[in-house]
Design a protein around this ligand. Structure first.
Ligand code: BGC
Length: 745
């Protein structure tokens, strides 16, 4: 896997070099426009020419659009999330910023005239376990941003799914630091391959939305380093984002955007990350504390209680409360990042989008990320009407507005797709409404099932749905749960009595399959009663087509869960969400703490394992339309960690994607012994095909954070290396002896 990402990064470097080689020679009055010079040198050269006012302007961001009468955006702003005036006389462009990881989101809410392709949710992309898919999606949305005139995408969300009710889990990469970090890092690299700056966010531990402006995520440093911070560290190493967005919440009592531990000790110190820190919109609370803690740019100042940079920062620098060197470091970091990603050498243009090509990228992501959780008796794949033998199936499609479209997540990441919005339901106010993107699963299913073979029921009338089910050969229930920014789900159940609908339909016809369109994990109390379950997440703007292709076997399900599906909320570290119902953007809301030391680094499957809990579906789970066997497992220490090799064989009758996972058993001081994902591979095998696979486990995945020594420590000893099909499905194990080692932070 690391190899794959290294390959992607090399190809990124090559693309960058090639495009820079054709750039015109630097004009003699602007020597920093010479792409052959290092980004640091170029940034220094520009910064030396800047006046104090220009430096102060570069670190002070505005909303890119009007906020009622309260704020009128610059006429030069494109009308999206953010705008920072550049320094035109020196060739430094304005920063035009837009959300987010799923596509170019022009506006909070819905602006039907600004259409862009929507990727599946971030969690769906993580479920592909394929960094090449993450990179391709990033490159696609980066290209669409560039062609819309944006040079910065506020994309790269990697907060861990520590709290399964978190309303933004759909934007992130799941519960495991390595998987989330690698997948989101690949997306960031993809975005920046199109010379658009990316933003890893929301730093850090912004793991619930309830009370997001006031909550304190309380956690011991060691636990943070081995979990949430590790996900950021890996994403930054893999993607080299231009920017990091500090989050709304407090961490151990201190607001993230004025938190010296997060911004200076860890991000810029230990990780030696050279980019710039921008505040989330409304996350800055101070001038001196924020600037000295490491904030480099105030974003969307009208969202903050008052402008904290601008004139206030000018005064703080004049009085010496913030040093001149700190201001220059802020400016340097911003300039350096823009040079490094090519945003200055290759400015964005207004160019028509290629919806067909971009939709193909989104559709492939949806197809690779859908997870088949159950398939009793091989109900799937369904037989198309064109298949030889047998009569065409009579199919009932029920619920989920499957007649018109597929669900998407709410909030700042909301995209208006090329075919438009089919339906909006639910709350009128942000993060609403819930948007169904026009891509009808019903139509795509009907196209394959044959004329007159498919009937639809909305599911509102349970008795009518059950009657239709009883009179059909196969039933497909679409079950949805909408989630959005700024709110959390009250619990993990499907809303609107959908559990009762599924149970009634399955009782009427046992050949019932459920397609889930959810932001993250949901409870599945009916899982014993239905024949098949496909988790399609929020599948993006070609989602209807992708789902139908999966159901009819035109493509095999290839996703694996990047999260655990609990059996009940009682299994969670916090059976009841802290601060449930505290919502809104006001800093005057009640302050409260969430104790993340309850589970510490044992997020998701690690919690379930160490507590002896059996989830509904474990992390890493996912079936395909074929079967695999595993063997010949070996593990040998090497310079970079441990080299693990094994055989995978497709023992079934169809081609399919295997995702063999390597876990190591670790026992860090003060923690219970547990398994940790340490690497994986994804490969497509033809029937009967066997492949020998090698996975490199990086040393860090064996290490524990040593707070006293301020670094990673690998204890000498024997480590169990597990080859698994899921966190709870170990196929083989070997032991490897590893010598003591220390790694810099
Ligand atoms: C969100 C960020 C987003 C920003 C700008 C904030 O409310 O938390 O993720 O990038 O708005 O739209």
């Amino acid at each position: 896997m690391r190899q794959t990402v290294r390959g992607l990064v090399l190809s990124l470097a090559f693309t960058l070099q090639a495009s820079l080689a054709i750039a015109q020679a630097a004009p003699t009055d602007r020597p920093w426009m010479n792409p052959a010079l290092s980004p640091d040198l170029r940034a220094d050269m520009v910064e030396r020419q800047m006046t104090q006012a220009e430096k102060l302007r570069l670190v002070f961001g505005f909303s890119g659009r009007n906020q009622g009468a309260h704020f009128i955006a610059s006429p030069k702003a494109l009308g999206s999330a953010g705008y920072v005036p550049g320094v035109p006389r020196l060739g430094v462009p304005d920063l035009q910023e837009t959300d987010a990881g799923i596509g170019v989101a022009w506006a909070h809410g819905v602006r039907p005239n600004r259409k862009t392709v929507s990727l599946p949710s971030g969690l769906a992309t993580a479920a592909t376990w394929d960094p090449a898919i993450g990179f391709a999606g990033g490159a696609m949305i980066g290209e669409e941003a560039h062609r819309n005139g944006f040079n910065m995408l506020l994309a790269g969300g990697v907060d861990l799914d520590r709290e399964p009710r978190n309303g933004r889990n759909f934007e992130y990469g799941g519960e495991d630091p390595l998987l989330a970090g690698m997948m989101v890092g690949a997306q960031i690299a993809g975005i920046q391959s199109r010379h658009v700056a990316a933003t890893v966010k929301h730093f850090a531990l912004n793991d619930q939305e309830s009370g997001r402006m006031t909550v304190s995520s309380d956690i011991a440093p060691t636990a943070a380093r081995e979990s949430d911070l590790l996900a950021f560290e890996i994403a930054i190493e893999a993607g080299h984002p231009a920017s990091t967005m500090c989050s709304y919440n407090r961490v151990n009592g201190v607001y993230a955007c004025e938190n010296p531990f997060l911004l200076t000790t860890v991000l810029k110190g230990d990780w030696a990350w050279p980019g710039f820190v921008m505040s989330d919109w409304g996350a800055d609370h101070s001038t001196v504390a924020a600037a000295n803690a490491g904030l480099d740019q105030e974003s969307g100042e009208s969202y903050d209680d008052q402008p904290f940079f601008g004139e206030a920062l000018a005064q703080a620098v004049a009085s010496g409360q913030v040093s001149q060197a700190r201001l220059e470091d802020m400016a340097h970091r911003i300039l350096r990042a823009l040079f490094a990603v090519g945003a200055i050498d290759d400015p964005p243009t207004q160019t028509p989008l290629d919806f067909a090509a971009d939709s193909a990228v989104s559709q492939a992501d949806a197809e690779q990320g859908a997870v088949l959780l159950k398939n009793r008796g091989g109900l799937l794949p369904l037989r198309a009407s064109t298949a030889s033998g047998g009569k065409a199936l009579r199919i009932a499609v029920i619920g989920g507005h499957a007649d018109v479209g597929v669900l998407s997540g709410g909030g700042s990441s909301q995209v208006v797709p090329p075919a438009g919005i089919a339906l909006t339901v639910g709350p009128a106010l942000f993060p609403g409404p819930a948007v169904y993107q026009a891509s009808s699963p019903l139509e795509a299913i009907a196209a394959r099932a044959g004329a007159g073979r498919v009937r639809f029921a909305s599911g509102e009338d349970v008795a009518a749905a059950a009657k239709l089910a009883a009179d059909s050969d196969v039933v497909i229930v679409f079950a949805t749960r909408w989630q959005g920014e700024a709110t959390d789900a009250p619990d993990l159940s499907l809303p609107d009595d959908q559990d009762a609908l599924i149970a009634a339909v399955a009782k009427a016809n046992p050949r019932t399959l459920v397609v889930l369109e959810t932001g993250a994990a949901v409870l599945t109390p009916w899982r014993g009663q239905v024949a098949a379950i496909l988790e399609a997440w929020y599948p993006g703007s070609s989602g209807g087509e992708a789902i139908a292709r999966l159901l009819f076997g035109e493509v095999g399900p290839a996703g694996r869960l990047p999260i655990t599906f609990p059996d009940s909320e009682a299994q969670l570290p916090r059976p009841v969400l802290d601060g449930a119902g505290v919502s809104g953007q006001l800093d005057s809301l009640p302050r409260f703490d969430v104790n993340y030391d309850l589970e510490g680094p044992l997020v998701g499957y690690k919690w379930f394992e160490t507590r002896g809990l059996t989830p509904a579906y474990a992390f890493g789970t996912g079936l395909s339309y074929t079967r695999f066997s595993y063997g010949a497992l070996e593990a040998h220490p090497n310079a970079g960690g441990v080299s693990v090799s094994f055989d995978v064989t497709n023992t079934g009758a169809r081609a399919g994607a295997a995702v063999p996972q390597i876990y190591v058993t670790v026992h860090p001081p003060g923690e219970p012994q547990h398994n940790r994902l340490a690497g994986w591979s994804k490969l497509v095998l033809q029937p009967g095909e066997r492949r020998h696979v090698t996975v490199q486990v990086p040393t860090r995945m064996l290490a524990a954070w040593d707070e006293a020594a301020h670094g990673w420590h690998v204890a000498a000893g024997d480590y169990a290396v597990l080859l698994a099909a899921a966190a709870d499905d170990v196929e083989a194990r070997v032991t490897v002896s590893v010598g003591e080692g220390r790694l810099a932070p």
